[in-house]
Design a protein around this ligand. Structure first.
Ligand code: B1M
Length: 213
C-alpha cells in the first residue's frame, strides 16, 4: 500500500498500529490539513459507505472515529497558527440529538489557531443551552454542526428559538447532511441575522474572517 492508502486504511480498520510513524512520514509531503482532508477523510467516507451497507457496526465506526481523533490530535501542533489579537468569539455546538463531533472539533482547532476565541459547548446541545451560553458569553457568532438528516431540521428549530430569544448574531452552519440550498431556503428565513453555510472547516474560517473584517 502507498502511504496515502495506509493512512486511509487506519481509519477504515480502526487501528492505530503504525499510524503515528506514517503521519510523521506524511508531514514531510503534506500539510496537516491536506492529510486530514485527503487520505483520512477518504477513509472516513469509506467507513460511512460500509456502515451504510451494514458492513460495519457502530462499535467499529467508533474505533474509526478514535483513529480520526487521535490523528487530528497528533497533527494539531503542526498546524499553522497566527499570533494575532483575538478576532472574535464564537460559540460552537453540535445540535440537539446529534453526537457527531469530529468535524465540529476540527472547526474549533482551525478557528482557535487563527485568532478566534471558541467556546465549544459539545454535542447534543439543545437551543435552551445555546441561548443560556449566548447570554453568558456574548459571542460574535454561533457555529452549529450536524451530520444527521434530522440535524438539518434541528438547525431550523434552533434558528427559530434563537430568534425568539432576540438573538441575531451571524450563525455559521456545517455538516454532512446540510447544503447551501437548505441553509438559504430553510434556515435563513427563520432567523433575523445572517446564516452562512460552510462546506468544510477552512471554509468556516474564511466565512468567520469575512464577518470579522
Ligand atoms: Co454516524 N452517521 N451515526 N457515527 N457517522 C453518519 C453521519 C452517516 C452519514 C453514516 C451512514 O450511514 N452512511 C449516518 C447519517 C445518516 C443520515 O442521517 N442521513 C450516520 C448514522 C445513521 C449514525 C447513527 C444513527 C447510527 C446508529 O446508531 N444506528 C448514530 C447517530 C447517533 C446520534 O447522533 N444521535 C451514529 C453514530 C456515530 C458514531 C458515534 C459511531 C461516530 C461518531 C463519533 C464522533 O463524532 N465522536 C459516527 C461516525 C464516525 C460517522 C461517519 C462515518 C463519519 C463522520 C465524521 O466524523 N467525518 C459518518 C459518515 C460520513 O460522514 N461519511 C456518519 C469526519 C469529519 C471530519 O467530517 O463531520 O462531515 P464532518 O465535518 C466536515 C464538514 O462536514 C464540515 O467540516 C468538516 C471537514 O472540514 N463541518 C463544518 C462539520 N461541522 C461544521 C461546522 C461548521 C463548519 C463546517 O461551522 C460551525
Amino acid at each position: 500500500l502507498t502511504l496515502e492508502e495506509r493512512l486511509a486504511s487506519y481509519v477504515v480498520e480502526g487501528t492505530k498500529e503504525g499510524l503515528f510513524p506514517d503521519l510523521t512520514e506524511a508531514l514531510k509531503k503534506y500539510s496537516p490539513l491536506e492529510i486530514i482532508n485527503g487520505p483520512l477523510m477518504k477513509g472516513m467516507e469509506e467507513v460511512g459507505r460500509l456502515f451504510n451497507n451494514n458492513e460495519l457496526i457502530v462499535a467499529e465506526v467508533l474505533q474509526s472515529a478514535e483513529v480520526m481523533k487521535a490523528s487530528v490530535a497528533f497533527l494539531e501542533p503542526y498546524m499553522e497558527k497566527t499570533e494575532s489579537a483575538v478576532k472574535g468569539k464564537i460559540l460552537l455546538a453540535t445540535v440537539k440529538g446529534d453526537v457527531h463531533d469530529i468535524g465540529k472539533n476540527l472547526v474549533e482547532i482551525i478557528l482557535s489557531n487563527n485568532g478566534y476565541q471558541v467556546v465549544n459547548l459539545g454535542i447534543k446541545v439543545p437551543p435552551e443551552q445555546l441561548i443560556e451560553a449566548y447570554r453568558a458569553e456574548k459571542p460574535d457568532a454561533i457555529g452549529l454542526s450536524g451530520l444527521l438528516v434530522k440535524s438539518a431540521q434541528q438547525m431550523v428549530v434552533t434558528a427559530q428559538d434563537l430568534k425568539a430569544a432576540g438573538i441575531d448574531v451571524p450563525i455559521l452552519v456545517g455538516g454532512a447532511a446540510l447544503t447551501r440550498k437548505f441553509t438559504t431556503t430553510r434556515i435563513l428565513p427563520e432567523y433575523d441575522g445572517l446564516v452562512l453555510y460552510a462546506k468544510d472547516a477552512m471554509d468556516g474560517l474564511d466565512l468567520a474572517n469575512k464577518l470579522s473584517d
